[in-house]
Design a protein around this ligand. Structure first.
Ligand code: SF4
Length: 82
């Protein structure tokens, strides 16, 4: 399920990555990511709080995290470092 304005997708390849779960939880200022015992979990209740800061994209390998702006059909994706 998505937020009204924002949806966040993480690739299956990183869902079970404990290090990335920790990093994403730390990176997001509005707690959209939770480290669920070493698993990346999306906190759906917080999705629409996204401030498009791209910190999550920088915390994960390129292309593994996508922030979709449902209101204009575009998305942020990237990931400068692994
Ligand atoms: S862009 Fe920023 S606020 Fe939005 S999910 Fe990523 S880290 Fe969180």
């Amino acid at each position: 399920m998505a937020g009204l304005f924002i949806d966040v997708e993480v690739d299956d390849s990183i869902r079970e990555d404990a290090e990335l779960a920790r990093r994403l939880e730390e990176a997001c200022p509005v707690d959209i990511y939770a480290d669920a015992g070493g698993r990346v979990e999306i906190v759906e209740a917080n999705l629409d709080e996204c401030v498009l800061c791209e910190l999550c994209l920088g915390a994960a390998p390129a292309g593994t995290v996508r922030v979709r702006k449902l209101y204009d059909g575009t998305e942020l994706k990237g990931g400068a470092s692994a």
